[in-house]
Ligand binder design. Structure first.
Ligand SMILES: Cc1cc2nc3c(=O)[nH]c(=O)nc-3n(C[C@H](O)[C@H](O)[C@H](O)COP(=O)(O)OP(=O)(O)OC[C@H]3O[C@@H](n4cnc5c(N)ncnc54)[C@H](O)[C@@H]3O)c2cc1C
Ligand SMILES: NC(=O)c1ccc[n+]([C@@H]2O[C@H](COP(=O)([O-])OP(=O)(O)OC[C@H]3O[C@@H](n4cnc5c(N)ncnc54)[C@H](O)[C@@H]3O)[C@@H](O)[C@H]2O)c1
Length: 466
């Protein structure tokens, strides 16, 4: 053991931290996690987990609706009871994880951590020293510098709303607005989405995004494009949202979902001289900051890679293995293979958890259409596999194949897009051929088996127009 109290200190306890912390702890490293809020970070407490829990009952009803008049009545969701259920299920998670970390021998230090020098972190007036430090402070909701800012709420507030307001408005056209609008409209609330530009979900295949927007509009969501909101004001009948021109909308509740910004302030970056920019902390290809013993991980990193839970987890494991150094030889493949090699991300699937979902992985259709040597095929599996795919007839996907008919990318529109995209990610990563895919046996009937079969036929280079 060195002169330091710890081998590794993590500032932040989200996915970018705890996966690596557990790994290092397993290899007898002395580890501490500093956290100023709930242990386990945004995804567990205020993000992915509560969101998917709230979406579940509405998705179940929507899948019943695909059966047309087979059902004569549809159940009604009690939002207050759903929130109670969410609180009962999600609220204990941070304590459960805290207990697990402590049982494993990881020290949990509650409070805001701030670097004092390259080996010292200050928490509530007490200093802790460590050989390595991992900065994993994540992001927070962007605030709009507009009049009436104090009347605006954020994603975490929405996920804890005891009663759904009669009228609710989301500002922003990204993941959070679209996912939450998909839920809110199902509760009978009057839902509006105000968008800065002329597009929503810019990074996704726009024909599928437009299909989703049309569906949401049909359900009653109002979209207002190219609006630059300048004020929110309390009026007798609710809240008035305005821009600098003549746009005005009355609502009861406003959610600002205009993006998230990295938590780089007040963590002592200046005390040490750690480089950062508006997108986060700068790192090299080994996830090290400009101080080799200080790493940054997850959402707080300035990176082109999507800021998601799986990428934060991947980085956390990668950093853990690199810190382990020689101990990494004891690790099993593939973690061992990461040791001291520059970080290399595999294909990263990403999903909009709207109703229905849109998922993308690998090369986009747009890029494939610009480059030579790639073809784009459309598989209308909702129509072609009507009963297997639970009567969701407008579900479909577009696949990108290279000259050898290997799968390079895909975009999926449909309620099972999240699971399907994982299968397609596997096929892309394993560079499977159509022949290899067709040699395998999959359970039948299932939504995925039929889709894989259609995919396999395309990957054999067979032109099909079913
Ligand atoms: C509403 C919502 C839905 C989302 N849905 C998805 C999804 O479906 N799929 C997906 O992949 N991603 C989703 N995300 C993104 C995902 O939550 C993040 O990518 C992920 O949480 C990043 O992990 P992290 O550890 O880098 O940061 P975080 O989980 O944000 O953890 C950072 C932690 O650091 C703590 N901290 C900050 N400063 C200090 C300090 N000075 N001292 C001590 N502690 C500090 C914070 O309190 C926080 O707990 C969603 C995000 C939101 C907001
Ligand atoms: N399913 C998922 O994986 C998922 C779900 C939710 C959140 N997230 C993560 O959380 C992040 C934050 O989500 P988000 O929806 O807040 O951000 P986002 O980056 O997805 O979208 C932000 C939206 O706000 C708009 N905008 C920016 N400034 C604006 C302004 N001044 N006025 C009006 N609109 C403005 C942008 O044009 C964009 O449409 C995501 O980027 C993602 O990393 C992921």
């Amino acid at each position: 053991m060195s002169d330091f109290q710890y081998d590794v200190i993590y500032i932040g306890s989200g996915h970018a931290a705890w996966h690596g912390a557990l790994l290092l702890n397993k290899f007898k490293k002395k580890v501490a996690i500093i956290e100023k809020d709930r242990i386990s970070g945004t995804c567990t407490n205020y993000g992915c987990n509560p969101k998917i829990l709230l979406e579940g009952p509405f998705e179940a009803i929507e899948s019943m609706q695909h059966y047309g008049d087979i059902f004569s009545n549809f159940p009604e969701v009690s939002w207050p009871k759903l929130i109670e259920y969410k609180q009962k299920t999600i609220n204990p998670l941070h304590e459960d994880l805290e207990s697990i970390f402590k049982e494993q021998g990881i020290d949990i230090i509650k409070g805001a951590g701030q670097l004092v020098d390259e080996n010292t972190v200050l928490v509530d007036g007490k200093e802790y020293t460590s050989k390595y430090i991992v900065l994993a402070t994540g992001q927070r909701s962007n605030e709009l510098d507009i009049e009436g800012n104090q009347l605006i709420h954020y994603s975490a507030d929405f996920l804890d709303l005891k009663d759904m307001p009669k009228r609710i408005t989301f500002i922003g056209g990204g993941f959070i607005s679209i996912e939450f609008a998909s839920i809110a409209i199902k509760t009978g609330s009057e839902v509006s989405v105000i968008v800065h530009s002329d597009k929503v979900l810019k990074q996704y295949h726009q024909p599928y995004v437009n299909k989703l927007i049309e569906k949401l509009k049909n359900e009653g969501v109002s979209f207002y494009f190219e609006k630059d909101i300048k004020s929110v004001e309390k009026v007798d009948t609710g809240l008035k949202i305005s821009d600098d021109n003549d746009f005005m909308l009355e609502t009861d509740y406003v959610v600002n979902a205009t993006g998230r910004i990295p938590n780089v302030e007040n963590i002592g970056l200046e005390n040490v001289g750690i480089d950062y920019d508006k997108d986060g902390i700068k790192v090299n290809k080994f996830m090290q900051t400009n101080f080799p013993n200080i790493y940054a991980s997850g959402d707080v990193v300035s990176k082109k890679t999507p800021k998601l839970t799986p990428t934060a987890t991947f980085e956390s494991n990668y950093i853990g293995v690199n810190i382990l150094g020689s101990d990494a030889d004891k690790l099993k493949f593939p973690l061992k293979a990461l040791k001291l090699l520059p970080i290399k991300y595999p294909a990263i699937p990403n999903v909009v958890y709207s109703l229905p979902k849109i998922a993308q992985v690998g090369m986009t259709v747009e890029n494939a259409e610009k480059k030579s040597g790639y073809k784009v095929k459309t598989i209308k599996f909702g129509e072609q596999l009507e009963f297997q795919y639970k009567h969701e007839t407008d579900a479909e996907m577009k696949i990108v194949l290279d000259r050898a008919n290997k799968l390079k990318g895909a975009v999926i529109y449909g309620s099972a897009a999240d699971d399907l995209v994982n299968i397609l990610t596997f096929i892309i990563e394993k560079k499977m051929s159509g022949r290899e895919l067709n040699k395998m046996i999959f359970a039948f009937p299932s939504a995925s088996s039929g889709i894989i079969q259609l995919l396999g036929i395309h990957m054999m280079g067979v032109e099909i127009n079913l």
